[in-house]
Design a protein around this ligand. Structure first.
Ligand code: SF4
Length: 361
């Protein structure tokens, strides 16, 4: 099927009508889209504005840059400013504020910081230059296997001037933490298509244990509308299940090669999510066999703390407790040009999406 078929207006109309019919049989429902790419697409397509008044779509913590702790950025920026290393980082992380400076500000102050599009580019850079290169390894399960492959490649080559400052995060423990928080009332989850392609639809078993349905959803207009429709269907039927609406990309068990690679290179650890706090076994660290490539070991980096900038409500936004527009700084003191918090910087941040596309009318 070509992409036009996933955006067919008459099919969209039929789904919108079906959503309205299902919603009429329900009280107010709060559905969370966990993934930042869903947040951006829902905003861009105006899907919130198409939904009945009692169906609320809440954005969740699925923007990897937004949940990367400020203390991590501080430690990386400090190392970059020491002039000991070249820092290789994704463009999304470049402008995210730490407690003191962002990478962009550190670069302006003379730090050697290169924006790269993949960990492979950092590997290539280390091969070509005698400089110590440190790659800022952030992201969810979608990006983790690519970093793991490069860690293994560097180890195989015996490369001595490349290391990885790892702040990878795992999505299922974060969903579980949200469900365990009584202040967050979510009736169902639109589950992330990209992450699920790696971990598989079966990875969300704890949702069922907590009595909440979920639907793995793709990113085209019809995918998202069909995902909402399926969630409402489950709610009307009072059925608690995780449904895979994205079988053209996601299988039940995920990508075995990618999962093996992650298992080989990383082990889980308790990790801090910016604005949210510590979530048990929600982060990854390099296994001891790869300690020579661990920047936190090589340079003694110890980021800790859960700080957010003064006045920034990113924590409540990321947990779906408030919509971005309810932050007092939204659109005034905090804009994409002058971001205060990470949710306004990232191309997948909830605040950036709300600023760009507007929220609920
Ligand atoms: S609008 Fe800005 S300050 Fe407010 S929560 Fe979003 S990123 Fe933080």
């Amino acid at each position: 099927m070509d992409s036009a078929a996933f955006n067919d207006p008459s099919a969209a109309r039929a789904l919108i009508d079906k959503i309205a019919g299902l919603a009429a049989r329900l009280p107010e429902v709060r559905l969370m889209e966990v993934c930042g790419t869903h947040t951006m697409e829902i905003g861009r397509l105006g899907i919130r504005q198409l939904l009945p008044g009692n169906v609320r779509l809440i954005s969740g913590p699925g923007c990897p840059v937004c949940v990367t702790p400020a203390a991590y950025i501080d430690a990386a920026v400090e190392l970059a400013l020491s002039r000991e290393v070249r820092m290789a980082t994704f463009g999304d992380l470049f402008r995210v504020p730490g407690n003191r400076r962002s990478f962009a500000q550190a670069k302006a102050a003379g730090a050697d910081i290169e924006v790269v599009t993949s960990p492979r580019a950092a590997l290539d850079g280390a091969r070509k230059s005698p400089r110590q290169v440190v790659f800022t390894a952030v992201g969810f399960e979608t990006t983790t296997p690519a970093t793991a492959a490069v860690v293994k490649a560097a180890a195989k080559e015996g490369l001595r001037n490349l290391s990885f400052f790892v702040a990878h995060r795992l999505v299922p423990p974060a969903i579980d933490a949200l469900m365990a928080d009584p202040s967050i009332r979510i009736g169902g989850f639109l589950l992330p298509g990209h992450v699920s392609a790696i971990i598989g639809a079966d990875a969300y078993g704890t949702l069922v244990g907590r009595g909440v349905p979920g639907v793995v959803t793709g990113f085209e207009a019809l995918d998202i509308l069909a995902g909402i429709c399926s969630l409402l269907d489950l709610l009307v039927a009072k059925e608690v299940a995780v449904k895979n609406n994205y079988p053209r990309v996601v299988s039940a068990r995920g990508n075995p090669a990618a999962l093996r690679l992650m298992e080989e290179v990383y082990e889980p650890e308790d990790a801090v999510w910016r604005g949210i706090g510590m979530i048990p076994r929600s982060g990854l660290r390099l296994r001891k066999e790869f300690a020579a490539y661990d920047a936190s070991v090589r340079f003694g980096l110890k980021p800790d703390g859960v700080e957010v900038p003064r006045g920034c409500s990113c924590g409540s936004v990321l947990k779906g407790v408030i919509p971005p527009e309810e932050c007092l700084l939204f659109g005034e003191a905090c804009t994409p040009e002058n971001p205060v918090g990470p949710c306004m910087v990232s191309s997948e941040g909830s605040c950036a999406a709300a600023f760009r596309y507007g929220g609920r009318p």
